[in-house]
Design a protein around this ligand. Structure first.
Ligand code: PXG
Ligand code: PLP
Length: 447
């Protein structure tokens, strides 16, 4: 029997107990937007309407919804080995296989995989690996981290410390990690408005790292962490030459470079990882989301061989890295990841995404000239339409468009007054046009 989630007749009281993340709870519960099933590039909402998924859920369902192979692999794993530790002095075959498969996909000598359950855990894990590495190689004074303004690295204390999204930090500002600096963001609209692909202007913004080095000494910095393309801040694409320059400065001062590819991984930008597309290889990479196609929580940190070797060899005996989660390498998540990677390989999803990006670019840039459209930008199958805020009400216009789109049959993300579009990589050209039509109409109504 296939379990189905029928549209529940939920009353306000039924919704009360669930304290929802990143949601205005009271307003939402007055007029909830509920999703009850999904297949392909569509959700079905609680009213039975089809909603075209222009957000891949939350940037994670890259291979499209309801993939039977993944569901089957998860069911088989759950039936065979419901739970076994994937660490803590025990292991199971699926953990090793999943790691080997991820390592094979990663660029360069990023060939060791530490499993977590989310992007946030991956980021905190990567920061700890960086500190452990410097301890191992006899440079314990390298403790500083450098993040970037507008960066999103999840919601752990490490992630919000290196992250640069102000509202996510405000309430906790007095208890963040010490010794963190932030580079400027690269959202320079005056020079780069309506960019298609990488903006031309802004490589020099990477030089801000030189200023941090001049201030504290390069030998005090453990790692720099950036998203190759910022997702949550509203699709901020790195200017031509920017990531290369960051890499060069890190190399000159022996600093580790961490790419947070939680969103950009798994074909989103036309290659398996953005590192490949930009030709810049980090020392550590954080992934999550698309790893299991969103089916079950899982993340990972992929580390260069030299980092793994240093940490493992430095330990005199016993446990080398005092870190891990009960559910690291959970059997069902490993099975989902392997099945997801099988689909990516079989269907060539990164190449498919790359083949679709030109049409996607044309389609979203057709919104230029619509009322209040301040900017349109894109890279791979990531796009953003930035709107002028309403006078004195930042975010209000964006939210109106998001809600309007939902009831007209399209899901898009919002961050402030910026709409972000990131459809499953299997979306057709016609479906992209349909998505942009719904969005364009909503933008006109919000004028
Ligand atoms: N790093 C990056 C680059 C992310 O985009 C995380 C870390 C944290 O992952 P978890 O699995 O802990 O959420 C993310 C997550 C949005 C949105 O609307 C983006 C994320 C999550 C939820 C919503 O842009 N990114
Ligand atoms: N809190 C308590 C009391 C625990 O025993 C554990 C794990 O054993 C944790 C938190 C951490 O949970 P997890 O390993 O799922 O991150």
């Amino acid at each position: 029997m296939t379990p189905t989630m029928t549209a529940p007749a939920l009353r306000a009281t039924d919704l009360e107990a669930h304290w929802m993340p990143f949601t205005p709870n009271k307003a939402f519960k007055q007029a909830p937007r509920l999703l009850t099933s999904a297949k392909g590039v569509h959700y079905t909402n609680a009213d039975g309407q089809q909603v075209l998924d222009g957000a891949s859920g939350l940037w994670c369902v890259n291979a499209g919804h309801g993939r039977e192979e993944i569901v089957q692999a998860m069911a088989d794993a759950a039936r065979t080995l419901d739970y076994a530790p994937g660490g803590f002095q025990l292991g199971h075959p699926l953990g090793f296989e999943a790691a080997k498969r991820v390592a094979a996909l990663a660029p360069g000598d990023l060939d060791h995989v530490f499993f977590t359950n989310s992007g946030s855990e991956s980021v905190d894990t990567a920061l700890k690996i960086a500190l452990a590495y410097w301890q191992s190689v006899g440079q314990p004074e390298r403790v500083r981290f450098v993040g970037r303004l507008k960066g999103y690295h999840g919601v752990g204390f490490g992630g919000i410390s290196v992250g640069g999204i102000e509202p996510n930090r405000r309430a906790y500002a007095r208890q963040l990690l010490p010794h963190v600096d932030h580079l400027p963001h690269t959202h320079e609209l005056a020079e780069n408005w309506f960019s298609r692909g990488q903006p031309a202007h802004g490589a020099h913004l990477a030089d801000a790292l030189e200023a941090v080095i001049a201030k504290h000494g390069g030998g005090t910095i453990a790692a720099v962490i950036v998203e190759p393309v910022s997702g949550s801040a509203g699709v901020l694409v790195p200017p031509v030459g920017y990531l290369e320059r960051l890499r060069a400065i890190c190399d000159a001062h022996g600093i580790l470079l961490i790419f947070d590819e939680v969103i950009t991984g798994f074909g989103r930008v036309g290659t398996t990882f953005a590192a490949e597309r930009f030709g810049v290889t980090p020392d550590l990479m954080t992934i999550a989301k698309g790893l299991t196609n969103g089916t079950v929580p899982m993340g990972a940190v992929i580390a260069r061989g030299k980092i793994y070797e240093a940490v493992v060899n430095a330990a005199a005996s016993g446990i080398e890295f005092f870190h891990g989660y009960t559910y690291s390498a959970h059997p069902m998540a490993c099975a989902a990841a392997i099945a997801t990677m099988d689909i990516h390989a079989r269907e060539g999803l990164a190449a498919r995404s790359r083949a679709t990006e030109g049409h996607f670019e044309q389609a979203i840039h057709s919104l230029r000239g619509f009322p209040n459209v301040r900017d349109v930008r894109n890279f791979g199958l990531m796009g953003a339409v930035e709107l002028e805020p309403r006078e004195g009400k930042p975010g209000a216009r964006g939210l109106d468009v998001h809600i309007d789109c939902f009831w007209k049959g399209a899901l898009v993300r919002i961050t402030g007054d910026t709409l972000a579009i990131a459809p499953p990589l299997v979306i057709s050209r016609e479906q992209i046009d349909q998505l942009v039509d719904i969005l364009g109409a909503a933008i006109k109504r919000a004028a």
